[in-house]
Design a protein. Structure first.
Length: 319
């Protein structure tokens, strides 16, 4: 049910590594929320390798790269899916967007503040990993969902992402979403393992949103370019996404509203992103601004470090 007096919740869907089903989770969660009557916008913020429009079966003539270049306005690129999701398509194969610094990506976050009053949920499908752009988006939302699979590289990289969030001061309201797990019990056990390491070595706790079990129907949904709740509404995965959507609707509005971004959007949106990032003469590209210091968790740790996280050891401590 829609509560007209409830502010829009902003949620980022992230992952430590690619291939864990992050976009699939984001798109299907959006579809389940809309199916329940919520007003949802999904921003495909994987600005270099965007593919949410494929998962939702949308034909997008323009994308967010056109907004950043000044060719289009935000309302002009938004498309509505068959089931009512408002999609802001990202760009694919644009290197400048994939490597935006903290200044530019923070301005992107602020650009959406004007549309939040029309929505119940604003979902941001982030790129995998811990790039500056990803951290900037994570700092600009109220809730942070981390998708993880039960395999060593995914577990280690999810921990690395949470560690960077802690170092960046945005590790509150973090929820783990185990994906493609054999059973709900296995998913909860995976959450408990990751949470235990976070408690012991980071001094923080993460929350459990719910799991999505492995379902062969998901592959068929991907082939049809439809959310699982649309093409296979009675499939096992559909039921789990419905559970996730119900839990998301029950999330309280945090006491702390989205952090204000200390940069103005207007000057950024009227010039190409590669010029906005530059210093000195127009077109000169500055080095990316670092959101956090380098640390041993950057990127995918070596296999020995992966094993340490899986066994409940902190790579930074053991390194």
């Amino acid at each position: 049910m829609i509560n007209p007096e409830r502010p829009c919740l902003t949620i980022a869907v992230a992952s430590g590594k690619g291939g864990v089903g992050k976009t699939t989770v984001a798109a299907n969660l959006a579809a389940s929320l809309v199916k329940g009557g919520s007003r949802v916008m999904l921003f495909d913020a994987d600005l270099g390798l965007a593919n949410a429009q494929l998962t939702l079966g949308c034909a997008c003539e323009f994308n967010f790269g056109d907004v950043l270049s000044g060719m289009k306005t935000l309302p002009e690129i938004v498309v509505t899916t068959r089931k009512g999701i408002r999609l802001v398509p990202g760009a694919s194969g644009v290197r400048e967007l994939a490597s935006m610094g903290e200044l530019a990506s923070a301005a992107v976050v602020q650009a959406f503040s004007s549309v939040s009053e029309e929505l119940d949920f604003f979902l941001v499908d982030l790129a995998a990993g811990i790039a500056d752009t990803v951290i900037s988006f994570l700092r600009g939302v109220q809730y942070r969902f981390v998708v993880v699979c039960d395999e060593p590289a995914s577990i280690a990289d999810a921990y690395a992402l949470i560690k960077v969030m802690a170092q960046s001061g945005c590790a509150e309201q973090v929820f783990l979403v185990p994906n493609m797990v054999p059973t709900e019990a296995k998913g909860r056990h995976l959450f408990e393992r990751v949470n235990d390491v976070c408690q012991r070595f980071l001094g923080i706790s993460v929350n459990y949103l719910g799991s999505v079990v492995h379902d062969p129907a998901m592959k068929e949904a991907a082939r049809l370019r439809q959310p699982i709740t649309e093409c296979h509404p009675v499939a096992q995965a559909s039921k789990y996404f419905s559970v996730l959507a119900n839990r998301v609707r029950e999330l309280p509005v945090p006491d702390e509203v989205v952090r204000p971004v200390p940069w103005k959007v207007e000057p950024f949106l009227v010039q190409p992103v590669f010029e906005a990032r530059g210093r000195g003469h127009p077109g000169q590209t500055a080095a990316p601004l670092r959101a956090v210091p380098d640390h041993p968790g950057v990127g995918r740790p070596p296999r020995t470090l992966q094993a340490q996280v899986v066994r409940g050891q902190d790579p930074a401590v053991r390194g």
